[in-house]
Design a protein around this ligand. Structure first.
Ligand code: GDP
Length: 521
């Protein structure tokens, strides 16, 4: 495997950084990519960038030296994350575009979360500074809340004021990218070996067949090489650069459009060069078989309550297997009794295969897996192992705090009725690290958000060792340090006040829920 190859310092040479532009819609990502293309100081001799090939390289001047930078020409964090989901990380640095007249918007936060989750350093481009209402200082101040602290505020993130429209600050922005690359990233690759990299985008061209833009990550790709990209394979027949010129070879961080593949690879598919055509084809065929199997396995997936209802509507006779777990035995018995009283058609069977008191455990989930059952949790939650296993196995685990709601759900399902219009969704989980006594506000839970987002207007419940000890609580105060905030995201600390409810302990979990309109399929 190439990852295991000895790539000592002597064979590694510097490669250009690969940059993705992200940010809120309309903040100027596309326009900025255009401005950067036009700023290419080396573009002159080749006649500028003429071809859209999915990525392009520009030459910037830094400390008097001409240095290339590669830009992915698909703005936004969606493509970035879709590629990551396929196991490909192509981006070295993210440019976060924030319009100075608009400030931080939801997709700004999303984009920076995605970049931070990938461990990709961010350079902030504060755009539209030509506008009279631009407030670049406010953008800097807003972003400190998200751990992006500008250098001038003592942090280590470079903020550059730009106008994509008026071509202001573009060279400074490119300079900031190179500075960021030099400061913390060791961007090197061995150009003297067979190429490997990632497909950035691909399409089927009427005349030329499958064309794919690939980004070389290491090695050098040459015309005539046998390659396999995802389930596509073939010999590189021709390569085109962003200037529309044919090239014979391409080294690390170079984007090229490749012709000669059997089919269209997907964005994020990695490619390698193989020594023979045959090997490329065999790898591609193996991958295709594996994908087919994965699809089949998915089709055989566990039943959810919705699947059951659908199967029933289609006239397929089904039995519905249930596992009931509750916080007290009285509730479990009451639920079981009421469920068994539901008046249903003879063709459908309701079987309660297991019931018990306490948190939902891994063994409950295992049982659900074997007997294809749905788990109903009444005021209880799965423990960590059970939660992971349920997610992995696709087991439907549903939570209720009112018997009537559980009953109604199951009854509707058994009658093949549509789901309720609204459903309660879990929006966040915070773990209580410390309890602060406050005479004015009652007890404050010092928390770290473990998953999702805690929002000020959500409903909260307190869970102790898998048991719901309080439910339907309002969040009376939500603070980060001394500031009241409207939301706190995963991995951030916060203080939560639950008003009159004071029975909180270190180690408890606060789970928040919101009502959302259910999507109908
Ligand atoms: P995207 O959705 O982030 O790709 O945003 P666009 O690049 O499509 O830009 C959205 C709008 O903002 C367009 O009307 C652009 O012309 C405008 N725009 C982009 N950059 C600037 C800028 O620096 N100054 C001004 N005044 N308008 C800009």
């Amino acid at each position: 495997d190439a990852e295991l190859e000895d790539e000592g310092d002597d064979v590694l040479v510097a490669r250009p950084p690969v940059v993705t532009v992200m940010g809120h819609v309309d903040h100027g990502k596309t326009r900025l990519l255009d401005a950067i293309r036009n700023a290419d100081v080396g573009g002159g001799e080749a006649g500028g960038i003429t071809q859209h090939i999915g990525a392009y390289q520009v030459t910037a001047t830094h400390d008097g030296m001409h240095r290339p930078i590669t830009f992915i020409d698909t703005p936004g964090h969606e493509a970035f994350t879709a590629m990551r989901a396929r196991g490909a990380q192509v981006t070295d640095i993210a440019i976060l575009v924030v319009a100075a007249d608009d400030g931080i918007m939801p997709q700004t936060v999303e984009a920076l979360n995605h970049a931070q989750a990938a461990g990709v350093p961010i350079v902030v481009a504060v755009n539209k500074i030509d506008k009279p209402e631009a407030n670049p200082a406010k953008v800097r101040q807003q972003l400190t809340e998200y751990n992006l602290v500008a250098e001038e505020y003592g942090g280590d993130v470079i903020f550059v004021d730009v106008s994509a429209r008026e071509n202001i600050g573009i060279t400074q922005l490119l300079d900031a990218v190179l500075l960021t690359a030099d400061a913390g990233l060791d961007l090197r690759a061995n150009p003297n070996k067979d190429a490997r990299g990632v497909a950035i985008e691909a399409n089927l061209d009427k005349g030329r067949g499958a064309v794919a833009t690939v980004l070389i990550q290491s090695g050098t790709l040459r015309v005539g090489d046998a390659i396999v990209a995802g389930t596509a394979y073939g010999r590189v027949r021709a390569m085109l650069n962003e200037h529309g010129e044919t090239v014979a070879e391409a080294g690390p961080s170079r984007p090229v459009q490749v012709q000669g593949l059997s089919t269209v690879p997907r964005a994020g598919d990695t490619f390698i060069v193989t020594s023979e055509d045959r090997t490329a084809r065999q790898i591609a065929e193996k991958r295709e078989a594996a994908e087919r199997n994965a699809l089949l396995a998915k089709a055989r997936k566990r039943i959810s309550l919705e699947d059951f209802t659908r199967a029933l509507e289609e006239g397929k006779v089904e039995s519905l297997n249930l596992i009931i777990k509750g916080d007290v035995s009285g509730a479990v018995e009451a639920l079981e009794e009421s469920l068994l009283k539901i008046d249903i058609d003879d063709s459908v069977q309701l079987r309660i295969i297991h019931r018990g008191v306490g948190a939902i455990t891994e063994s409950d989930v295992n049982l659900a897996t074997i007997d294809n059952a749905i788990i109903l949790g009444f005021n209880v939650r799965p423990d960590t192992k059970a939660r992971e296993r349920a997610a992995r196995e696709g087991v439907d685990v549903r939570f209720y705090s009112v018997i009537y709601n559980a009953l109604e759900d199951i009854e509707n399902s058994l009658k093949g009725l549509l789901k309720p219009e609204y459903e309660e969704v879990k929006s966040g989980v915070a773990e209580i690290r410390e309890v602060f006594r406050s005479s004015k506000f009652g007890n404050i839970a010092g928390c770290i958000v473990r998953s999702g987002t805690i929002t000020r207007n959500a409903k909260a419940r307190v869970i102790r060792e898998g048991i719901v000890v309080a439910d339907g609580l309002a969040i009376e105060s939500l603070r980060r340090f001394k500031d009241d905030v409207t939301e706190v995201r995963t991995d951030f600390e916060c203080g939560i006040g639950l008003g009159k409810f004071n029975d909180i302990q270190e180690g408890d979990e606060i789970e928040t829920t919101e009502m959302i309109e259910k999507l109908r399929v």
